[in-house]
Write a new protein. Structure first.
Length: 168
Protein backbone atom coordinates (compact mmCIF):
# COMPACT_ATOMS: atom_id res chain seq x y z
CA UNK A 1 0.00 0.00 0.00
CA UNK A 2 1.57 3.29 -1.07
CA UNK A 3 1.34 6.59 0.83
CA UNK A 4 -1.61 7.87 -1.21
CA UNK A 5 -3.66 4.71 -0.55
CA UNK A 6 -2.89 4.90 3.19
CA UNK A 7 -3.93 8.54 3.29
CA UNK A 8 -7.15 7.77 1.40
CA UNK A 9 -7.95 4.89 3.76
CA UNK A 10 -7.35 7.13 6.79
CA UNK A 11 -9.68 9.77 5.38
CA UNK A 12 -12.42 7.19 4.76
CA UNK A 13 -12.10 5.85 8.30
CA UNK A 14 -12.35 9.40 9.71
CA UNK A 15 -15.48 10.15 7.65
CA UNK A 16 -17.15 6.89 8.72
CA UNK A 17 -16.29 7.58 12.37
CA UNK A 18 -17.78 11.09 12.12
CA UNK A 19 -21.00 9.71 10.60
CA UNK A 20 -21.30 7.06 13.32
CA UNK A 21 -20.80 9.67 16.06
CA UNK A 22 -23.47 11.87 14.47
CA UNK A 23 -25.93 8.98 14.17
CA UNK A 24 -25.36 8.04 17.81
CA UNK A 25 -25.96 11.62 18.93
CA UNK A 26 -29.29 11.86 17.04
CA UNK A 27 -30.50 8.47 18.31
CA UNK A 28 -31.20 7.61 14.68
CA UNK A 29 -33.52 4.64 14.29
CA UNK A 30 -34.23 4.20 17.99
CA UNK A 31 -37.75 4.10 19.35
CA UNK A 32 -38.65 6.92 21.67
CA UNK A 33 -38.09 6.25 25.36
CA UNK A 34 -41.32 6.09 27.33
CA UNK A 35 -40.69 9.07 29.61
CA UNK A 36 -37.80 11.45 29.25
CA UNK A 37 -38.53 14.89 30.53
CA UNK A 38 -37.89 17.92 28.38
CA UNK A 39 -39.90 19.70 31.04
CA UNK A 40 -40.98 18.22 34.33
CA UNK A 41 -44.15 16.15 34.05
CA UNK A 42 -46.83 17.71 36.24
CA UNK A 43 -45.71 21.31 35.71
CA UNK A 44 -47.93 23.90 34.10
CA UNK A 45 -45.69 26.07 31.91
CA UNK A 46 -46.84 29.50 30.77
CA UNK A 47 -46.10 29.69 27.07
CA UNK A 48 -47.76 32.53 25.20
CA UNK A 49 -47.63 30.77 21.80
CA UNK A 50 -49.68 27.87 23.23
CA UNK A 51 -52.28 30.07 24.98
CA UNK A 52 -54.80 29.93 22.08
CA UNK A 53 -55.07 26.16 22.55
CA UNK A 54 -56.04 26.15 26.24
CA UNK A 55 -58.94 23.77 26.78
CA UNK A 56 -57.60 21.31 24.21
CA UNK A 57 -55.05 18.57 24.59
CA UNK A 58 -51.85 20.00 23.09
CA UNK A 59 -49.02 18.08 21.49
CA UNK A 60 -46.08 20.49 21.24
CA UNK A 61 -43.61 19.00 18.77
CA UNK A 62 -40.07 20.43 18.94
CA UNK A 63 -38.44 19.88 15.55
CA UNK A 64 -35.92 21.18 13.02
CA UNK A 65 -36.25 21.20 9.24
CA UNK A 66 -32.88 19.42 8.89
CA UNK A 67 -33.72 16.62 11.37
CA UNK A 68 -34.30 13.24 9.69
CA UNK A 69 -36.28 11.66 12.57
CA UNK A 70 -38.39 14.85 12.77
CA UNK A 71 -39.23 14.59 9.07
CA UNK A 72 -40.07 10.88 9.44
CA UNK A 73 -42.55 11.71 12.22
CA UNK A 74 -44.44 14.46 10.37
CA UNK A 75 -46.76 12.18 8.31
CA UNK A 76 -47.96 10.58 11.56
CA UNK A 77 -48.55 14.01 13.11
CA UNK A 78 -50.58 15.04 10.04
CA UNK A 79 -52.74 11.89 10.37
CA UNK A 80 -53.12 12.44 14.10
CA UNK A 81 -54.31 16.04 13.69
CA UNK A 82 -56.76 15.01 10.94
CA UNK A 83 -58.19 12.26 13.17
CA UNK A 84 -58.73 14.57 16.17
CA UNK A 85 -59.47 18.09 14.86
CA UNK A 86 -61.72 19.08 17.78
CA UNK A 87 -59.87 17.52 20.71
CA UNK A 88 -56.21 17.94 19.82
CA UNK A 89 -53.99 20.86 18.92
CA UNK A 90 -50.65 19.86 17.47
CA UNK A 91 -48.22 22.76 17.39
CA UNK A 92 -44.83 22.43 15.71
CA UNK A 93 -42.13 24.44 17.49
CA UNK A 94 -39.06 24.93 15.32
CA UNK A 95 -35.89 24.89 17.46
CA UNK A 96 -32.14 24.61 16.79
CA UNK A 97 -32.81 25.58 13.17
CA UNK A 98 -31.64 29.15 12.49
CA UNK A 99 -30.74 28.53 8.85
CA UNK A 100 -33.45 26.03 7.96
CA UNK A 101 -36.05 26.16 5.23
CA UNK A 102 -38.58 28.99 5.74
CA UNK A 103 -41.56 27.63 7.69
CA UNK A 104 -44.28 28.62 5.18
CA UNK A 105 -42.39 26.79 2.40
CA UNK A 106 -41.69 23.79 4.65
CA UNK A 107 -45.35 23.55 5.72
CA UNK A 108 -46.64 23.78 2.15
CA UNK A 109 -44.10 21.30 0.75
CA UNK A 110 -45.00 18.64 3.34
CA UNK A 111 -48.75 19.35 3.49
CA UNK A 112 -48.65 20.02 7.23
CA UNK A 113 -52.14 20.63 8.68
CA UNK A 114 -51.13 22.13 12.03
CA UNK A 115 -49.46 25.43 12.96
CA UNK A 116 -45.68 25.81 12.89
CA UNK A 117 -44.01 28.43 15.06
CA UNK A 118 -40.42 29.66 14.93
CA UNK A 119 -39.28 29.09 18.53
CA UNK A 120 -35.54 29.38 17.86
CA UNK A 121 -35.13 32.40 20.13
CA UNK A 122 -38.21 31.87 22.30
CA UNK A 123 -37.01 31.84 25.91
CA UNK A 124 -40.48 30.83 27.16
CA UNK A 125 -40.28 27.59 25.17
CA UNK A 126 -36.73 26.88 26.33
CA UNK A 127 -37.64 27.60 29.96
CA UNK A 128 -40.74 25.38 29.82
CA UNK A 129 -39.35 22.44 27.87
CA UNK A 130 -35.59 22.83 28.28
CA UNK A 131 -33.04 22.90 25.49
CA UNK A 132 -33.30 19.46 23.87
CA UNK A 133 -30.16 17.38 23.40
CA UNK A 134 -31.72 15.73 20.36
CA UNK A 135 -34.85 15.96 18.27
CA UNK A 136 -37.73 15.44 17.89
CA UNK A 137 -39.27 16.00 21.30
CA UNK A 138 -43.05 15.85 21.73
CA UNK A 139 -44.60 17.25 24.89
CA UNK A 140 -48.23 16.43 25.69
CA UNK A 141 -50.19 18.95 27.75
CA UNK A 142 -53.64 18.12 29.11
CA UNK A 143 -56.66 20.41 28.76
CA UNK A 144 -55.52 22.48 31.76
CA UNK A 145 -52.08 23.08 30.24
CA UNK A 146 -50.20 20.69 32.53
CA UNK A 147 -47.36 18.60 31.06
CA UNK A 148 -48.47 14.97 31.25
CA UNK A 149 -45.92 13.23 29.02
CA UNK A 150 -42.73 13.88 27.12
CA UNK A 151 -41.66 11.67 24.22
CA UNK A 152 -38.15 11.92 22.84
CA UNK A 153 -36.91 10.63 19.54
CA UNK A 154 -39.02 9.43 16.61
CA UNK A 155 -42.47 8.50 17.89
CA UNK A 156 -44.87 6.43 15.81
CA UNK A 157 -48.59 7.08 15.30
CA UNK A 158 -49.61 4.12 17.49
CA UNK A 159 -47.59 5.45 20.42
CA UNK A 160 -49.03 8.95 20.02
CA UNK A 161 -52.56 7.48 19.91
CA UNK A 162 -51.93 5.34 22.99
CA UNK A 163 -50.58 8.28 25.01
CA UNK A 164 -53.22 10.77 23.88
CA UNK A 165 -56.17 8.39 24.49
CA UNK A 166 -55.72 8.99 28.21
CA UNK A 167 -56.62 12.67 27.81
CA UNK A 168 -59.52 12.73 25.30
Amino acid sequence: MDALQKRSLGLRVAVIAAILIWLASTRFGQPSPSEEAAGPVGTQPRIEVLAPYKGKVVLANLFATWCGPCLAEIPDLIKLQAAHPNDLAIVGLQVMDLNGEPLPDFKKRLGINYPLIDANDNLEVEKAFGAPDFLPVSVILDRTGKIVATLTGRTRLEEFERRLALYF
